[in-house]
Design a protein around this ligand. Structure first.
Ligand code: CP
Length: 317
């Protein structure tokens, strides 16, 4: 069995194969073909130790469309509340002959830890671990960009907001670089920028208007208050004034620039409603594309294609 834990260091061919496979599922859905038997007889367990709307729902739908049996363990009412450890919870779920765990956890590195515990019996898909990675979110974002812009070559992409606490930004930067985007910009106040972000291949801007100038894609991020020290929380009104995406600020991007957001959105904090709901917004396309990307990742992981293409990669075995 195989894992999908990060976009970092993966070959371009593999990411392209995920996108191509996802595209075929989008086309299938457009032709009203809702189900395929690729995971028939397999059991997928969603283990979400953190809140989720989009990721949990689209993983569940994706697994069902692949004909898997799906179990969503409700962590808030599970025996973890009686003191059961993460490892004992994992072993308990593995003992039910699970084939795949989809895992979200607040600790960076949790998905890797879980994969180590359950290899080789269970494939692990990372649905977001701490500030570290959210690889399927990055891949659904890449699919959305490719479907709207056709290719990555020549694209300038700006990622705006709370980069410091964002697992989405890290996974996107890795994926964009691998797929050949021309320029990746991060726009944020100094206090919300990780140290050495330039080493990932991103250009840093602290001013919205210059950072957005002539970009093709504007990716907004939420302030991740749950990961911040409350004493360091920025004022929401001040943040909106300087970094909120308004129609005025969007005018600095290319006229055909698309507006993205992984969700959940905080309207009036990082984005104006008129922009979030405007004609350049592809935010709901991102949600829809999440089903196809998760179908692609789950079917490829289960069939071992990831392993064949990435035998040398530490995160995919
Ligand atoms: N984008 C994202 O991960 O959303 P959820 O937290 O709702 O799953």
């Amino acid at each position: 069995l195989r894992h999908f834990l990060t976009t970092e260091g993966l070959p371009k061919e593999l990411l392209t194969e995920i996108l191509d496979t996802a595209d075929s599922f989008v086309d299938m859905s457009a032709q009203q073909v809702k189900k395929v038997p690729l995971l028939r007889g397999k059991t997928v367990v969603n283990l979400f130790f953190e809140a989720s709307t989009r990721t949990l729902s689209t993983f569940e739908l994706a697994a069902k469309r692949l004909s898997a049996d799906v179990l969503n363990l409700n962590i808030s009412t599970s025996s973890t509340k009686k003191g059961e450890t993460l490892k004992d919870t994992l072993m308990t779920m593995r003992a039910m002959h699970s084939d795949m765990f989809v895992v979200r956890h607040s600790d960076s590195g949790a998905a890797h830890f879980i994969a180590e515990q359950v290899t080789p019996d269970v494939a692990v898909i990372n649905a977001g671990d701490g500030r570290h990675a959210h690889p399927t979110q990055a891949m659904l974002d890449m699919l959305t960009i490719r479907r709207h812009k056709g290719q990555f070559e020549g694209l300038k992409v700006a990622i705006v907001g709370d980069i410091l606490h964002s697992r989405v930004a890290r996974s996107q930067i890795h994926a964009l670089r691998i797929l050949g985007a021309e320029e990746i910009r991060v726009i944020a106040p100094q206090t919300l920028l990780p140290r050495h972000i330039e080493s990932l291949g991103a250009r840093v801007y602290t001013d919205m208007n210059s950072g957005l100038r002539d970009v093709d894609v504007v990716m907004m991020l939420r302030l991740q208050k749950e990961r911040m020290d409350s004493a360091l929380l920025p004022s929401e009104s001040e943040f909106y004034k300087l970094y909120g995406l308004t129609r005025d600020k969007l005018a600095f991007a290319k006229p055909d620039a698309i507006v993205m957001h992984p969700g959940p959105i905080n309207r009036g904090v990082e984005i104006e409603s008129a922009v979030a709901d405007g004609e350049r917004s592809v935010i709901l396309d991102q949600v829809t594309n999440g089903i196809a990307v998760r179908m692609a990742v789950m079917s490829m992981a289960m069939s071992g294609q990831l392993a064949e293409k990435n035998r040398a990669q530490p995160d995919i075995d």
